[in-house]
Design a protein around this ligand. Sequence first.
Ligand code: HSE
Length: 306
Amino acid sequence: MTEIKIFCPATIANLNCGFDVLGLCLEGIGDEMIIRKVAEKGIRITKITGADLPLETEKNVAGVAALALLKATQSDFGFEIEIHKKIKAGSGIGSSSASAAGAVFGINELLGRPFTRHELVEFAMKGEVVASGSEHADNVAPCLLGGFTLVRGYNPLDVIRMESPSEIYAVVLHPHIEVKTSDSRAVLSPTIALKDAITQWGNLGGLIAGLYSKDYGLIGRSLQDVIIEPLRKKLILNFDQVKNSAHDAGALGAGISGAGPSIFALCKGQNSAEEVAFAMSNSYLDTGIPFDIHVSRVNAEGVRIK
Ligand code: HSE
């Protein structure tokens, strides 16, 4: 095999109570990449469609992640990467992570899988630095592993692929405005109050317990964010209205997807998710900003060969 076409799914990071540690993988929304094994050593980005991104390997998220992987192997050949972006940059659903994860997944396949999907997270994370200025794995982990993931620790990296009930659906409202992750991180406070930390880690434990025990009530009660959301929501027009409409329509919970501006909701079952999507769309309409709305099952597989 010398060429591979892959599907790189979008992801929702943070999930309210798990800033920089929780994420889930979406179905249906994602980029396409073609990776080719070539005689010339190194990594070259040969084509990008759907986005205005740098072709220079060292400035491109996929290129940097691919270089990190290549450095860890003794490869006598190189790789060309074509990126066909469908996930808009700065959308809050893991656009840069999809490219980083896709690059390392594809190259690993062409090398005969020297690394596990878990091991690839570390390489993909290097690409994330280019996009956001910080190494976080809460988008690349679910993109590579599928399902819900937890980054238990960063030093050393310890990523857990979690159990979750099969009936969970995600709704994502994506306003067509760009919020740079670095800008969205700049509004955060470096310190937090102990009482907020207690609320947040109580919810984080509750959400994980709810996912494992399939307790939808517990999942819903735990989908709260008292630390990040109050600071970031001012970047998102009509955020409170959209969130409240999701709750009123029966969502388990709702919040900011990743660094925003997308707003997500989790629901029990597809019918509920469709109703929530309708309600969220209605409450965003008066902003006048164009948007997409997606209803997606949790993608258990993650990045895959197309
Ligand atoms: N956890 C990250 C953030 C995800 O919220 O800034 C965005 O890449």
